[in-house]
Design a binder for this molecule. Structure first.
Ligand code: NCD
Length: 331
């Protein structure tokens, strides 16, 4: 076992990227600057930078994923690494012990880095403590999703002309909806605050409780009051599947109804409708990490409309993961 922390360094084999919380701001800026360097070639199918030639990256997703897994795979291939995918059925990893055994098994065959997604918060750190290669957290329960944080921050910086120094002072980012369950929000907050942005979370008390203030962000109840101040509005999916964690199915149903009284009411108070999008600042953007529930947290017309940067976020995902792999493997 070895010590674990966000961005912990191991001279020989590289370093882990487990979260943005606690990552020195200089390292965060270095990752974003690397993204800027890689962005022009990141989404070209023929790109093979050669930087990870001879390396093998294992993707181990113990939870569903479309964007994150695909972009990690493309990122590794576009840096000339080999990619091995572990098709991890959820049934085989109900216990932390099993997940560690699986990681040790893959590690024993010799891989250069592991990309891990799991339902349990802290899973990537547990794997990192057990294996001898760098581990990249691709989302661990409600905890963190650092590469999503990088791509979100990069998208905000790009939309507001801050790609030069990634100084986000003067910008307000609103994070709307199920913040309590969201690793996307946690990583975004951890990265946005040290770069100078103001972050305000808003949602019903069950999904955006006051206690989120301990992360350093503001917590507000009224989306309509916040909208005219926001330069970026990040909409989140209601992650019903996380509400029952640690409880049984009946509890999950109860928590669901406690969190939002009705879908119609939720949309009326917290949904990004076309009418709300029209009241935003000139140049303000609407973000969503996906998968989107059109007609619930975001209307289709907004998701496909001029303020939406949803596909730009996805596109930045490849550069984010290329930068993260390079950073972890020390190339
Ligand atoms: C999110 C995730 O899995 O954390 N999606 C993503 O990675 N782009 C958000 C979600 O599931 O709602």
């Amino acid at each position: 076992m070895r010590p674990q922390q966000a961005g912990s360094v191991r001279a020989a084999a590289g370093r882990d990227l487990l979260g943005l919380q606690g990552l020195p701001t200089a390292e965060l800026r270095a990752l974003l600057a690397r993204m800027r360097e890689l962005a022009p070639q990141a989404n070209a199918p023929e790109t093979r930078t050669g930087a990870l030639a001879g390396k093998t990256v294992a993707t181990m997703f113990f939870e569903d994923s479309t964007r994150t897994k695909t972009s990690f795979t493309l990122a590794a291939r576009r840096m000339s690494a080999e990619v091995v995918d572990l098709p991890a059925g959820a049934s085989s990893v109900n216990k932390g012990e099993t997940l560690i055994d699986t990681a040790l098994t893959v590690g024993a065959m010799g891989v250069s880095a592991m990309v891990v997604r799991a339902r349990q918060a802290g899973a990537a750190a547990m794997v990192a403590a057990a294996v001898g290669c760098p581990v990249l957290n691709a989302g661990d329960g409600k905890h963190e999703h650092p590469t999503q944080g990088l791509l979100d921050i990069y998208t905000i910086a790009g939309a507001h002309g801050r790609l030069g120094d990634f100084d986000l002072s003067g910008l307000t980012v609103a994070i709307v909806g199920d913040v309590a369950s969201s690793r996307v929000a946690r990583s975004a907050i951890a990265g946005l605050l040290p770069l100078g942005a103001r972050v305000a979370c808003v949602g019903p008390p069950g999904l955006a409780p006051r206690s989120l203030g301990c992360l350093g962000c503001a917590v507000e109840g009224d989306l309509d009051a916040l909208l005219p101040e926001a330069d970026a509005v990040m909409m989140l999916r209601i992650q019903f599947e996380r509400h029952g964690e640690g409880g049984d199915a009946q509890k999950s149903v109860e928590k669901r109804s406690a969190a939002i009284a009705s879908v119609r009411e939720y949309r009326a108070l917290y949904g990004m409708t076309a009418e709300r999008a029209a009241r935003m600042r000139p140049g303000a953007i609407v973000m969503h990490p996906g998968p989107m529930n059109r007609g619930l947290e975001i209307d289709g017309a907004v998701a496909d409309g001029p303020r939406s940067v949803v596909l730009r976020q996805v596109a930045h995902g490849v550069a984010a993961r290329m930068a993260a792999l390079a950073w972890c493997l020390g190339v």
